[in-house]
Ligand binder design. Sequence first.
Ligand code: NAD
Ligand code: WQD
Length: 379
Amino acid sequence: MAVNGTGNGAMAVNGTGNGTTGPSKTVLVTGGAGYIGSHAVLQLLAAGFRAVVVDSLGNSSELAVRRVAALAGEHARNLSFHKVDIRDKDGLEKVFSSTRFDAVIHFAGLKAVGESVQKPLLYYDHNIVGTINLLEVMAAHGCKKLVFSSSAAVYGSPKNSPCTEEFPLTPHNPYGRTKLIAEEICRDIYRSDPEWRIILLRYFNPVGAHPSGYLGEDPRGTPNNLMPFVQQVAVGRRPSVTIFGNNYATKDGTGVRDYIHVVDLAEGHVAALRKLFDNSSNIGCEAYNLGTGKGTSVLEIVNEFEKASGKKIPLVIGQRRPGDAEILFSVARKAERELNWKAKYGITEMCRDQWNWASKNPYGYESPDSPKQNGSNSH
Ligand code: NAD
Ligand code: WQD
């Protein structure tokens, strides 16, 4: 495999595989260098799609794309990368002018809930202005098939779980509102032009990593989410995990969530694309929960991670985090029924793969002794 920089922010990743039939569909993946996007790109390539990644690398490393290429083997010839910020409409326009896309998966955006409260305009800029740019350029080029990364954050803190797609949409913070607004924009676009086919995927709590240990989550700064925090304690980067409240009305007093393995989530995108390309069904603009349908407490996750890693995770009991739901987990039956997708993995595999990634890359993609620093290994 060769990885060629073109000097203009674009990188072609050429495989040496000798497959004779080319992929039938080309998919633009915004945010494809990020945590979920990189796993999804790998699954897309394996499923026979051509993937063009655009990412600003604002919260990710180009090494993630190189590692996807290394893991993809001969499919790597169907992967290319452009360093583009989706707020730069001209930059997007250039990408669309050079390639005809059959569909777009739109992951790019900012996702830190706390930061969104501090810097709401930044979140509206990336997540709304960026999305509007993308949709305008898609429409101008006649590309009207979209899978959008929405979030369980659109539900806020529902009184009951499991949560269906019909639950009220009442996000609690600017981040969640950007997801709801983007969903509404998509619904309006479809109403204005029924040629659009749009699938809104509402992810619950993505965790875990590719089983190879070469792709995973690599947050910048202090992690916002539980699992990356636990992982950083396990590798010795932080002394302890603070549990945000142990007096909830749950099985052990700690918050309950629906953790989903990132590889299952990635597969959900392949399933969504297949639905978009299945002309026998009407799609419209439809939302789907992607979760396991199971609730797991903070203590259960920490215990499972201790088992997987053999490391003791010191815990400190802290205050509740403002805005946190007590219990939030999904019903994902709509996705099972209509997308033919169901999560396969449980928390044992999630913690196993999270630890595999953490132990191989204790400092993420920039780890000094990282096994595939230049993406040139194959396995
Ligand atoms: P991530 O930060 O790892 O990936 C997002 C990617 O988008 C990054 O590579 C970042 O560099 C890129 N990006 C950000 N702004 C951009 C811009 N203006 N132009 C181009 N690229 C830009 O996050 P992730 O966890 O992979 O999340 C992917 C998507 O899924 C996001 O839209 C997020 O809101 C959504 N989501 C994430 C979670 C979660 O817990 N991880 C849950 C629900 C929904
Ligand atoms: C999980 C549980 C915490 C950290 C967030 C976003 C949501 C979506 C997924 C993007 C809760 C507890 C956490 C810690 C803890 N992201 N916790 N100590 O809040 O369910 O969802 O990520 O769309 O929008 O809000 O995930 O991982 O932060 O928390 O006790 O240091 O772990 O209270 O019960 P959350 P999380």
